[in-house]
Design a protein around this ligand. Structure first.
Ligand code: ADP
Length: 366
């Protein structure tokens, strides 16, 4: 296995589309790194440059310490699993998995041993004689993964491999790929637009937007300490509530307020927020950090309920102030009705603040 290093990697497509802009990523040996971001942010292009399927416009790519910019895909010792599986329809499952080894002139016995081993790992031993059209979506995806496993590559690359599966199967395959990662002790780079997939699978997550890396971190770092308003809103479901607030001083306290919501800035944050007095900041609070209260305090969000979503283990409320809609994650025990006026106390230690101009978090720590 091997590490993958991207140094100032840039991709400009014909017609001057800058798809990836000076990206730096270090994928350690045996690490599972997820590239995540909205459609068009450049994550597939980045993966395809690692695979050698796209030329690198600028910057350097190393796999296992070796510069790979000009190496052909077949010489990079990588295997890629695609969203559409890319199986050969006229070949059996066995032949699909054996194909890459045959063209590399592996001995027959070695091919058979590797295909059998992969089939066993993926629990598709019963399917080896079938053609892809006689398989379910999940089974096809397993064959596509099997085809990568038999190669025993230094690095596995996954491009949205679960996007064509239904919700239940996605959850199952997510866990299967995670346990495969552990079992093979493999280096893996995985692309998805789905932040839940990223959070549940990645040792390290790279959040991209418009070709630029926003933040690299482990799942909890991204959740608890997002570097900017974009990452704060992208990671987490339901998303963080982010509202524009005015900052002012009253009775020796610094207060951030929008219609219906008042936050008294905690003492340990005053020093930083002071310079924002008389200006606007974005205030962010996660749905689970708004605590229902019957006795409103100064620190309070007052709003009326417009939608109630009971999920069984928890309930999501959509509540409206005059200026903003907030989502609250609450316990199912409380009996709410649409139209109720309700009060919530924000957990002040968890509230985030972002600069209005740069949208950068005021309290982010490297
Ligand atoms: P993602 O995988 O995050 O959805 P992509 O890497 O596919 O994003 O695309 C990044 C940007 O590059 C997008 O603006 C997309 O339209 C553009 N792009 C992708 N492939 C090509 C291409 N072959 N030629 C020109 N522009 C492309």
């Amino acid at each position: 296995m091997a590490e993958v290093l991207l140094k100032d990697i840039t991709k400009v497509y014909d017609g001057n589309v800058k798809a990836v802009d000076k990206v730096n990523i270090e994928v350690l040996d045996q690490e599972f790194v997820v590239l995540v971001g909205p459609s068009g942010c450049g994550k597939s292009t980045t993966l395809r440059m690692i695979a050698g399927l796209e030329d690198i416009t600028d910057g350097e790519l190393f796999i296992g310490g070796k510069r790979m910019n000009d190496e052909a895909p077949k010489d990079r010792d990588i295997a890629m699993v695609f969203q559409n599986y890319a199986l050969y329809p006229h070949m059996s499952v066995y032949d699909n998995m054996a194909f890459g080894l045959r063209i590399r002139k592996f001995p027959k016995a070695e091919i058979e041993a590797r295909v059998k081993e992969a089939a066993q790992i993926l629990d598709i031993e019963e399917l080896l004689e079938r053609k892809p059209k006689a398989l379910s979506g999940g089974q096809r995806q397993r064959v596509a993964v099997g085809r990568a496993i038999v190669r025993k590559p230094k690095v596995f690359l996954f491009d949205e491999p679960l996007s064509n599966l239904d919700a239940k199967l996605r959850v199952q395959m997510r866990a299967e790929i995670s346990s495969l990662h552990t079992r093979l002790s493999a280096t893996m780079v995985y692309v998805t637009h789905d932040q839940i997939e990223a959070m549940t699978m990645g040792d390290k997550i790279v959040v991209m937007k418009s070709g630029i890396i926003q933040q690299i971190g482990n799942p909890l770092k991204l959740y608890n300490d997002p570097i900017n308003r974009f990452v704060a809103g992208f990671i987490g479901s339901p998303p963080m509530n982010i509202a524009l607030a005015d900052v002012f001083e009253e009775g020796g306290k610094i207060i951030a307020k929008e219609e219906g919501m008042t936050f008294i800035v905690p003492k340990d944050k005053e020093e930083t927020i002071k310079s924002y007095i008389g200006k606007k900041v974005y205030m962010g609070v996660r749905p689970e950090d708004l605590i229902f209260t019957k006795k409103p305090e100064t620190n309070n969000l007052r709003a009326s309920i417009s939608v109630i979503e009971p999920l069984g283990n928890e309930t999501h409320l959509y509540i409206d102030t005059k200026e903003h809609q907030y989502i609250v994650r609450t316990t199912p025990e409380n009996e709410f009705k649409v139209g109720d006026e309700v009060n919530f106390t924000p957990d002040m230690d968890k509230v985030q603040f972002f600069d209005y101009e740069t949208e950068r978090s005021l309290f982010y720590t490297e």
